[in-house]
Ligand binder design. Structure first.
Ligand code: NAD
Length: 429
C-alpha cells in the first residue's frame, strides 16, 4: 500500500538531470503506460530525442503535429508555398481557397515597420519620478551605448538599441518610472537580445533615478514591430454582391462586439499561428501581442477590416504586431523549421512577418466567406424549398414541415416534397 502511494508522488528531485530513458521509466510507472505507448513517445521522427532533450527540460519525447502546405499565395507579385503546422481540419484548405480568390485581384500586398521591439525597465521607490524621467532622457546616449555593448553582432548588422522612452505609471504600489528601450532586432525575434540589454542598463537606471529596478523584460505588445497585409478581390470571385455585403456585415458585427471579435481574431490566428509554429517561432508571443493590440484602445476589437470599395469589390486589411525571426531561439535548430523556412524562401524576418500576416488575412477571408456565403446559401435554399413545398400542395403548418425536411436532406425536389406530404398525411390524418 505504502509503495503504491509512493509511486504516485509527482515530486522528483533532480528529474531534469536524469537521462531520457530514466525519466520515461518513471512516467511509465506513474501513469501505467504500456510498452507501445512509451515507444510512441520516443519515436520522435525527424526531431531526434537527443536534440529535443537539448531544446527544453525534462524531455520524454516529441509531439508531432501535421504539416500542410497552403497553395495559391501571391504576395507582392511573388508566389509562395506556405507550410502550416496545425491540428485543426479545414484551416489549410480554407487558406488555399482564400488565396485562390485573392489571385483574381492580383494577390496580397504587404508592408511592415522596422523590426523594433520594446524592452521595459521598471524603477520604483523614486522620490521625484517626473525629474527622474527627465534625467533618463538626459542620459539617453549613455543608456543606449551600454545596451548596444551587449550585442555587437546585432549592432554590426545594423540593429541594436536605437531610442528610448520613459513613462510614469500610477499603480497601487505608487508611481513607477518605466524606461522603454527600442531595439531593432533585425532577423531575430529578439527576446533574449532585448532582455540582456534591459538587464545591463538596469544599474544605470538605478543610479540616474535614485530608484530601485525590479523587472527588466521585453514587451510582447510589439507596437513598433507591425506587419500589414491588404487585398482586393473582385466581387465575382468572392461569390457576388450579396456575399461581399455579408462579409462586410460579418466584420461590422465583430468590430462592434468583443464576443464575436475574439472568434474573428481566432480565425486570423488559425492561419498566422500555423506558420509561426512551422517556423518554430514563439506563438505565445504572437498571440499575446495580437490580443493586446486588438484591445489597445481599451475596447477589444478586430485586427482586420473589411470594406466594399467603389467598384463594389471586397477589400480587406490586417495590421498586427509580428515579432518573428528567421534566426535565434530554436529556429535554426529544429530540422523541420529549417525546411519550412526554405519552402517559404523568405530573406528576412520582416518578409516572414509579412507572409504570416497575409496568411492571417487569407484565413480570416476564408472563414468570413464561409460564414456569410453558407448563411446566404441556406437562406436561398430555404426560400426555394418553400416554393416547391407550396407547389406540391402543402398548406399552413405543412409548408414548414415539408420545407424543413427537404432542407435537412438537401433534396429540394417536387417528387420529394410530394412524398413527404403523403407520409405526413398517412401518419397524421
Ligand atoms: P537568440 O538570442 O537566440 O538570437 C538572437 C541573436 O542572434 C542576436 O542577439 C544576435 O546577436 C544574433 N544574430 C545573428 N544574426 C542575426 C541577424 N541576422 N539578425 C538578428 N540577430 C542576429 O534569440 P532572440 O531572438 O533574442 O530570442 C528569441 C527567443 O526568446 C525565443 O525562443 C523566445 O521564445 C524566447 N523568449 C521570449 C520571451 C517573450 O516573448 N516574452 C521571453 C524570454 C525568451
Amino acid at each position: 500500500m505504502k509503495c503504491q502511494t509512493m509511486s504516485k508522488i509527482s515530486a522528483f528531485a533532480g528529474f531534469y538531470k536524469l537521462p531520457v530513458k530514466e525519466r520515461l521509466r518513471i512516467v511509465k510507472e506513474f501513469a501505467n503506460l504500456t510498452d507501445e505507448e512509451t515507444s510512441l513517445l520516443t519515436n520522435t521522427g525527424s526531431l531526434s530525442i537527443e536534440l529535443a532533450d537539448r531544446m527544453i527540460e525534462n524531455v520524454v519525447g516529441a509531439f508531432p503535429v501535421p504539416l500542410g502546405i497552403a497553395v495559391n499565395f501571391l504576395i507582392n507579385k511573388r508566389d509562395y508555398l506556405i507550410p502550416m503546422a496545425i491540428e485543426e481540419p479545414s484551416v489549410v484548405a480554407a487558406a488555399s481557397y482564400a488565396a485562390k480568390m485573392a489571385r483574381e485581384g492580383g494577390g496580397f500586398h504587404t508592408t511592415s515597420t522596422s523590426p523594433v521591439m520594446i524592452g521595459q525597465i521598471q524603477a520604483v521607490n523614486i522620490k521625484d519620478p517626473y525629474r527622474a524621467r527627465m534625467a533618463v532622457y538626459g542620459y539617453k546616449e549613455d543608456i543606449l551605448k551600454k545596451a548596444n555593448e551587449q550585442d555587437p553582432v546585432l549592432v554590426s548588422l545594423g540593429g541594436g538599441a536605437k531610442d528610448l522612452d520613459a513613462k510614469i505609471i500610477h499603480t497601487p504600489s505608487g508611481p513607477m518610472l518605466i524606461t522603454e528601450l527600442h531595439v531593432d532586432c533585425r532577423d531575430a525575434m529578439g527576446a533574449n537580445a532585448v532582455n540582456t540589454m534591459a538587464e545591463a542598463v538596469a544599474p544605470m537606471i538605478e543610479r540616474i533615478t535614485g530608484g530601485r529596478v525590479y523587472l527588466r523584460i521585453i514587451s510582447n505588445l510589439a507596437t513598433k514591430r507591425l506587419a500589414r497585409a491588404y487585398v482586393t478581390i473582385p466581387k465575382e470571385a468572392v461569390g457576388g454582391e450579396e456575399v461581399v455585403q455579408g462579409i462586410v456585415q460579418a466584420y461590422h458585427f465583430a468590430a462592434s462586439d468583443p464576443y464575436r471579435a475574439a472568434t474573428h481574431n481566432k480565425g486570423i490566428l488559425n492561419g498566422a499561428i500555423a506558420v509561426v509554429i512551422a517556423t518554430c517561432n514563439d506563438h505565445r508571443a504572437i498571440e499575446a501581442g495580437a490580443h493586446a493590440y486588438a484591445a489597445r484602445t481599451g475596447h477589444y476589437t478586430t485586427l482586420s477590416s473589411w470594406e466594399k470599395d467603389r467598384n463594389g469589390d471586397l477589400t480587406g486589411s490586417l495590421e498586427m504586431p509580428m515579432a518573428v525571426g528567421t534566426i535565434g531561439g530554436a529556429i535554426r535548430t529544429h530540422p523541420i523549421a529549417k525546411i519550412a523556412l526554405k519552402i517559404l524562401g523568405v530573406k528576412s524576418a520582416n518578409e516572414l512577418a509579412e507572409v504570416i500576416t497575409t496568411v492571417g488575412l487569407a484565413q480570416n477571408l476564408g472563414a468570413l466567406r464561409a460564414l456569410a456565403h453558407e448563411g446566404i446559401q441556406r437562406g436561398h435554399m430555404r426560400l426555394h424549398a418553400r416554393n416547391i413545398a407550396i407547389a406540391a400542395g402543402a398548406t399552413d403548418e405543412l409548408i414548414d414541415v415539408v420545407t424543413d425536411q427537404m432542407v435537412k436532406e438537401r433534396k429540394i425536389r417536387m417528387d420529394r416534397a410530394k412524398e413527404i406530404l403523403e407520409q405526413y398525411r398517412k401518419t397524421k390524418p
